[in-house]
Design a protein around this ligand. Structure first.
Ligand SMILES: [Zn+2]
Length: 475
C-alpha cells in the first residue's frame, strides 16, 4: 500500500510568500518563505502553526528593519545646517514583540559641528523608542495574566506566537506589575467620596442624578508568601440602578478590588470607578455586604454617610446551605426534616419582606424543637447548629435588613452578586486557593488592579491612553 502511494505521482503545491516594501515610489520584493505541500488532507490544509509563527517572525523582522532604517535616514541630516551626522557607535536595542524578539538598530551619533550646546552625542531613536517591550506584548501578557496563572500565559503565548523564551512566567509577572504600577500612579490622591464644596443652594441646583449607585463589598482571603498565613482582600461591584438618560455605552456594573493593608487610597479608587459610571456628587450610594464586621468598617470608611444593607444574595446563600442540611435530616426523619425545610422557607419569605422580628422568632422556635432530638441525632444537631448560627447572623444584622420585596418593586437593587459572589468573581478564581499559590500584599494588590480592568473591559482604554495608536478604533 505504501509503495503504491509513493509510485503515484503526487501533485505538489508551492507557495512563495514575498514582502513588498515601498518607499518614495520604489518597490522592493523580498522572499519571506516558501511553503510546500504534497497531498491535501485536513492537516495539510493551509498554514500550520509552526509555519504561521515562522512567517510572522520573518515579516516582523523585515518590517522592523525597514521602518527603523527609514526613520534613521530621515533624521540623518542635521536640521540646522543639512550636514550628515557622523556615527559615534552602532548599537542595537532588542525589543520584545508579539511576533518575536527584534533587534532595533540603535546608533549613537555625534552632535553636528554647527551646534555648540547640548550633549556631544545622541541616540536618534530616543524620539520614539520607549522601553524594550512592545505595547501589544505588554497588553497581551497583562490581560491574560490577569485571568490565568503566569506559567499558563507563558505556555499559551509560546503555543501560538513566535515569542520564544521571551515569554516566561517571571517576565510576565514583572510586566503585569509594571502596568499595574502605572495605573496606580495615575490614580489621584485619597479623597472623601461625598465632597461637595459649594453652598446648599448650588447643591440643590445640581441636575437630578441617575438611580442610586449600589456598591456590593465582600472580603476574602489569599494565602500569603513566606508562610505568613492569610491576608484579607476586598472586592466589590458597583451597579447603577437606573439611568435617566439611556447611555448604552456605559456598562451598568463594574468591579474593583484592593488589599486594604497595602492600599492607601481605596476611597479614591471607588470614586474614580463610580465617576466612570456617571456618578454625580449629589448621588445616593447604597452599600451592600454579607454583614461581616471587617467589611462593614471598610464601607463606613469608604462612604460614612451612606446606607448600609445586607446583600440579599448572602441571605439566600446561607439558607440554601441550611436547606441542603435538612435534606439529610429528611432521609433520617422524614417528618422532622420536611417540617424544618418548610419553616426555613417561611423564614426566607419573612426576611424578603424585611420582617426580621418574626423571622427571628421562628428561627428560635425551630432551634428549640430541634434541641429535643439533637441528643439522639447527629444530623438534627448539625441542622440545629446551622440554624443557630444563622439566627445569630440575622440578629447581629437586623438593622441592615430592608424590605427587599418593596425595594425590588421600586426598581432598587437588592443584590450586587447575581449569580456568584463578587469575591469569587474578582478574587478566588485567579488567586487559586487550592493550588497553594502564595502572594505578597503588593503582588496581590497589583494583580487585582489589572484583573478588575480586564473584567470591566477597560484595559484597552488604559493602553490607548498611554499609546494613542494602540489598537486604534476605526473612526
Ligand atoms: Zn548642523
Amino acid at each position: 500500500m505504501l509503495n503504491q502511494a509513493l509510485t503515484k505521482s503526487s501533485p505538489r503545491t508551492f507557495c512563495r510568500t514575498h514582502l513588498c516594501v515601498s518607499a518614495d515610489g520604489t518597490e522592493r520584493r523580498q522572499e519571506v518563505m516558501a511553503i510546500e505541500r504534497m497531498e491535501l488532507v485536513m492537516e495539510t490544509l493551509g498554514l500550520n502553526v509552526k509555519e504561521g509563527k515562522a512567517l510572522l517572525e520573518r515579516v516582523q523582522h523585515l518590517l522592523v528593519a525597514h521602518q527603523v532604517h527609514e526613520n534613521l535616514e530621515q533624521h540623518r541630516l542635521c536640521s540646522e545646517c543639512g550636514k550628515r551626522h557622523t556615527s559615534k557607535d552602532a548599537g542595537v536595542a532588542p525589543v520584545k514583540t508579539v511576533f518575536g524578539l527584534v533587534e532595533v538598530p540603535n546608533p549613537r551619533w555625534n552632535r553636528c559641528a554647527c551646534l555648540s550646546q547640548g550633549p556631544k552625542t545622541f541616540r536618534p531613536t530616543k524620539a520614539w523608542l520607549a522601553g524594550r517591550t512592545s505595547p501589544e506584548m505588554l497588553y497581551l501578557e497583562t490581560k491574560w495574566a490577569s485571568l490565568i496563572p503566569f506559567a499558563k500565559v507563558a505556555d499559551l503565548l509560546k503555543d501560538v506566537l513566535p515569542v520564544g523564551d521571551s515569554a516566561n512566567p517571571q517576565t510576565i509577572r514583572n510586566h503585569l506589575q509594571a502596568t499595574a504600577e502605572r495605573l496606580e500612579q495615575e490614580l489621584g490622591e485619597e479623597r472623601q467620596l461625598n465632597l461637595f464644596e459649594a453652598s446648599e443652594e448650588e447643591w440643590e441646583q445640581q441636575p437630578l442624578p441617575d438611580g442610586p449607585i449600589t456598591v456590593g463589598i465582600d472580603g476574602g482571603y489569599v494565602r500569603a508568601a513566606h508562610k505568613q498565613g492569610w491576608f484579607e482582600v476586598i472586592a466589590g461591584k458597583s451597579i447603577v440602578a437606573f439611568r435617566r438618560e439611556e447611555e448604552a455605552e456605559v456598562p451598568s456594573a463594574k468591579c474593583f478590588g484592593f488589599v486594604q493593608t497595602d492600599d492607601n487610597k481605596p476611597r479614591r479608587r471607588l470614586w474614580e470607578l463610580m465617576k466612570s459610571q456617571g456618578l454625580r456628587e449629589n448621588q445616593q450610594v447604597v452599600f451592600m455586604s454579607d454583614g461581616g464586621e471587617n467589611v462593614r468598617r471598610m464601607q463606613e470608611y469608604l462612604h460614612p454617610y451612606s446606607e448600609h444593607l445586607i446583600d440579599w444574595f448572602h441571605i439566600t446563600m446561607r439558607l440554601t446551605v441550611l436547606q441542603q442540611q435538612t435534606k439529610a435530616l429528611k432521609q433520617e426523619r422524614p417528618q422532622t426534616g420536611d417540617d424544618a425545610s418548610k419553616r426555613l422557607e417561611s423564614v426566607k419569605h419573612l426576611l424578603w419582606h424585611g420582617n426580621t422580628e418574626e423571622a427571628l422568632e421562628r428561627l428560635v422556635d425551630l432551634i428549640m424543637d430541634l434541641s429535643f432530638i439533637q441528643a439522639r441525632s447527629a444530623t438534627a444537631e448539625k441542622v440545629a447548629d446551622g440554624v443557630s448560627e444563622f439566627e445569630t447572623y440575622i440578629r447581629n444584622n437586623h438593622e441592615f435588613i430592608p424590605n427587599f420585596g418593596e425595594r425590588r418593586r421600586q426598581g432598587e437593587a437588592i443584590s450586587t452578586a447575581f449569580v456568584e459572589s463578587t469575591i469569587n468573581q474578582v478574587v478566588s478564581r485567579r488567586f487559586v486557593k487550592k493550588q497553594q499559590m502564595e502572594w505578597t500584599l503588593r503582588g496581590a494588590h497589583l494583580l487585582l488592579q489589572t484583573r478588575t480592568k480586564v473584567l470591566n473591559n477597560e484595559l484597552d482604554d488604559a493602553f490607548r491612553n498611554w499609546y494613542p495608536q494602540f489598537r486604534a478604533e476605526a473612526a
